[in-house]
Design a protein around this ligand. Sequence first.
Ligand code: DGI
Ligand code: FE
Ligand code: FE
Length: 208
Amino acid sequence: MPMPARNEILKWLYERLKPKRFLHTLGVEQEALQLARIHGIPLKEASTAALLHDCAKNLSTEKLLAICKDHNINLHNNEEYPQLLHAFAAPYVAQKQFGTLPEDVCNALRFHTTGRAGMSPLEELIYSADYAELGRDPFPGLEEARKRLIADLSDGTHFILQNTVKYLESNHSEVFPMTMQALESYKDRPLINYSQNDRRLQKEHIIW
Ligand code: DGI
Ligand code: FE
Ligand code: FE
């Protein structure tokens, strides 16, 4: 399936997104490409999904709800969480501009905020790259998440989901049901118990 040229996506996003969001998007792409190279995920899918993940972020809640309704987008009973709508609407907004995109790319956009049970490698990649991109101000667990992602993408994703749920609970924020389901789906795959100087965690982040 032909996918839009990177330049075309960048031009479109540059006009749509605020400067901070545009820079965040480039950071997510860089993180996604690095991890995609390590874990053997197709680079074009990784770049396209990373660039488009927040393409609906500039739209109002009303507009996002209208898009979801018009296109019978299944909100999985998440209508009451407005922060989620930019993710669910993203595949529609992106495909309106660029034509049909692969289903896996659409799902990576759709589930980038919450994750979901049984994520594909591309979905894990975009969910995690959004969290771990180099432009983020440091916060507890971020460096460990980056290292775990390099060593094992699913383990890193599991760690991020666990950290996010812990953080939201300590803040008394409601956790999205789909995020809980995503975390539960990793329960048969306990976090890898790295010792402090485990060589698998010694790889540094490469910046280029
Ligand atoms: O679009 P971004 O800012 O790059 O990040 P995002 O799509 O991951 O998250 C969008 C917003 O949703 C962000 O402010 C964090 C918030 N959020 C993510 N998961 C949860 C959440 N808020 C609550 N209350 N519960 C969640 O589980
Ligand atoms: Fe987002
Ligand atoms: Fe984002």
